[in-house]
Design a protein around this ligand. Structure first.
Ligand code: MSP
Length: 643
């Protein structure tokens, strides 16, 4: 019977649109599932949504809709996104589903009955405007709210607590005895030192809001959202219901992997195994905590306009381009950075040049020199053949090792080593030179056969990564399905290649400047002005008051004799102060249209000559890509101060 492989993503909060950071986790799990399938495993891939909690309730309230409507909409959107990305999940769990709630309620009651959970009081400080609790150590020095700085009230609230400390020793022992329980190693070390500091009892219920799973025996409490969420990994398998069929098969099967981001490591490495221990469920999973996708300037953040959404990449470039970048650029154990430049370079260098071109050249040469068909002539291998074959064997071996250890970025690089080696083989053997010599027909055929076999191996290894390009590669080389399996990773088993007439390019080359610009605008929603604004340093109020803004009345205006964009105006600033100001507003205003208007002027700018005409100040205007608007002041008079 096939071995089983159960893989999970975290369940996502339906608080906003998912970006490439969250998408990474989902694509990574999809890749691992496909890899295990290729290796003959019986796989099960779970993802879903974490729909309860105060934050979600607030988001729904802000939208003026019921929480259930909000989360349903978000779940549909997320599922549709995964479908567009061709994610092969087997189940999509939502924590608002009955099948999940029932299990959470059972778990809670059981832990309560056993005495692992007890009722106590939670002492904290409450900030009304933020609707949040804080411990004393979290507050500012004067006991004000660390978030908004306002007064807090001391409050005691009834809460259930989970005795984590009871399992502390057992968990440490477990981690020690299972050295690959948490990967990478650095994450494991973080967890161990956290546990060693001592685990406090964890507050596992709330009474201050409703949007959650009710505690059956005391319904004014809702279950803490992490106890609720973590249970999804077994509730979705029908644990304690559904005759445990999937649960027995996959949870108690061969391999279980939870993939999470480093920010939610502790919940998965401490609370979850302790919950399982308390429930007498075997801690059968391996936990992998990956790093973050960052932007050049730091974290991905919607408020800073620094966020990349997968759909835009998908539409403009394609699914494999997105998958390849995500999987390749996040190194094992650290963070990755998304920049428009690296994205375009990866497509151009790795996908279009190295990989796409290799296939293209191979198919073209087989057509040109052998009318589309070549055979394995089994000649005595040359030194180049030997070296290429050695690289193929190594690539398969290394790729397998890295994929088994969840080191996907490295596994991708193993394949590219083989791609580079194969390209080098073309340079070494120079088929175009062999083609000129009638006596070297066999040698030439042997070279093209090696290229095809290498490409077939590359295709098999790439199956979990590039899900659209690989089928095309096999089609173009006309490889039969049985020769695309993991077991067929063996040089020489295909006897003949009969390729398509005209190669179809796998990845079009991108224009670097154009695409970098497009990504900046499309993906990051950033334009030049915003970029520039960001670079302006912060100033103090003392700096600000040095600028003298005043209302000025435009008493005359005409076009600049030497510049179409400029107007030269006379501005009355009161107290007999009349200035000449040159401003770049002629595309949007005629001289007549501003005469008589009151505008905002910076009066103490150092005078400058603009295209030969002196300008003694600046008229303020706002602009974006489409329009420019001078700031007019209707009711104020010439000379009035602006602050
Ligand atoms: N709901 C919890 C998980 C509960 S699991 C029982 C949650 N959800 S989340 O939507 O905020 O995050 C989901 C996943 O996305 C996490 O693994 C998180 O680490 C990951 N990422 C969020 N931003 C990320 C990047 N910028 N880069 C990579 N992964 C990122 O946490």
């Amino acid at each position: 019977m096939a071995k089983t492989f159960y893989i999970t993503t975290p369940i996502y909060y339906p608080s906003g649109k998912l970006h490439i950071g969250n998408t990474y986790t989902t694509v990574l799990c999809d890749t691992l599932k496909r890899y295990k399938e290729l290796r003959g495993y019986d796989t099960y891939y779970l993802t879903g949504m974490d729909e309860h909690g105060k934050k979600i309730e607030t988001v729904a309230n802000d939208r003026g809709i019921a929480p259930i409507d909000h989360v349903t909409e978000m779940a549909e959107e997320t599922k549709a996104l995964w479908d567009r990305l061709n994610i092969r999940y087997d189940d999509f769990i939502r924590t608002t589903e009955k099948r999940h709630k029932t299990v959470v309620q059972k778990i809670f009651e059981r832990l309560l009955d056993q005495g692992d959970i007890y009722l106590g009081t939670y002492k904290g400080y409450y900030c009304m405007p933020c609707e949040s609790f804080y411990t004393e150590t979290q507050l500012n020095e004067n006991h004000t709210c660390p978030d908004c700085g306002r007064e807090t009230a001391q409050l005691e609230e009834e809460s259930y607590f989970f005795k984590l400390g009871k399992y502390q020793k057992r968990l440490l022992q477990f981690i020690e005895q299972n050295p690959d329980f948490i990967t990478p190693e650095t994450r494991k070390n973080e967890v161990v030192s956290f546990i060693q500091q001592g685990l406090n009892d964890l507050s596992v219920s709330r009474t201050t809001f409703d949007w959650g799973i009710k505690v059956v025996s005391n319904p004014k409490h809702v279950v803490y959202v992490w106890i609720d969420a973590l249970s999804n990994y077994i509730s979705a398998l029908g644990y304690s219901t559904d005759q445990n069929q999937k649960y027995d098969k996959y949870w108690n099967g061969d391999e279980v992997v939870h993939v999470v981001g480093k920010d939610i490591l502790r919940f998965h490495a401490i609370y979850w195994p302790i919950m399982l221990m308390a429930l007498d469920i075997p801690v059968n999973f391996k936990l992998h905590a990956h790093g973050f996708y960052m932007m050049k300037d730091g974290k991905m953040s919607k408020s800073k306009g620094q966020v990349v959404y997968p759909d835009i990449i998908l539409k403009r470039y394609g699914l494999d381009e997105l998958r390849y970048f995500l999987l390749r650029e996040l190194p094992y154990g650290s963070d990755g950075v998304f920049t428009p430049e690296t994205f375009v370079e990866r497509i151009n260098f790795d996908l279009a040049n190295d990989f796409g071109n290799l296939l293209n050249r191979t198919v073209s040469m087989i057509n040109k020199y052998f009318e589309g068909t070549i055979n394995n002539l089994d000649l005595t291998p040359t030194a180049f053949d030997d070296d290429l074959n050695k690289t193929i064997t190594e690539a398969v071996h290394e790729n397998k090792k890295h994929m088994n250890n969840l080191k996907v970025a490295q596994a991708v690089q193993d394949i590219w080593k083989l791609i580079s080696r194969t390209n080098k083989y073309i340079d070494e053997t120079m088929p175009w030179v062999l083609a000129k010599d009638e006596e070297k027909r066999n040698e030439l055929q042997n070279v093209l056969y090696h290229l095809s076999e290498s490409l077939r191996h590359i295709g098999i290894l790439l199956k979990p990564i590039l899900i659209e390009a690989v089928p095309s590669l096999f089609n173009q080389l006309n490889v039969r399905k049985e020769n695309t399996t993991w077991d067929s990773l063996e040089f020489g088993i295909v006897k003949m290649y009969s390729v398509i007439k005209k190669p179809i390019p796998l990845f079009p080359r991108l224009d670097v400047d154009e695409e970098v610009e497009a990504i900046r605008e499309l993906l990051l929603g950033k334009d030049e002005e915003k970029e520039n604004l960001k670079k302006i340093p912060e100033i103090s109020i003392e700096d600000f008051v040095k600028i003298d803004f005043r209302i000025g009345k435009v008493i005359a205006s005409e076009k600049h004799p030497d510049a179409d964009k400029l107007l030269v105006s006379k501005i009355d600033l009161g107290n007999n102060d009349i200035r000449q100001i040159v401003s770049g507003i002629a595309n949007d205003y005629t001289p007549e249209s501003i005469i008589g208007k009151h505008v905002v002027v910076v009066t103490n700018l150092k005078p400058v000559k603009l295209r030969g005409i002196l300008s003694e100040g600046m008229i303020l205007a706002g602009s974006n890509k489409k329009t420019l608007e001078v700031l007019f002041a209707e009711k104020l008079n010439a000379g009035d101060a602006v602050k």
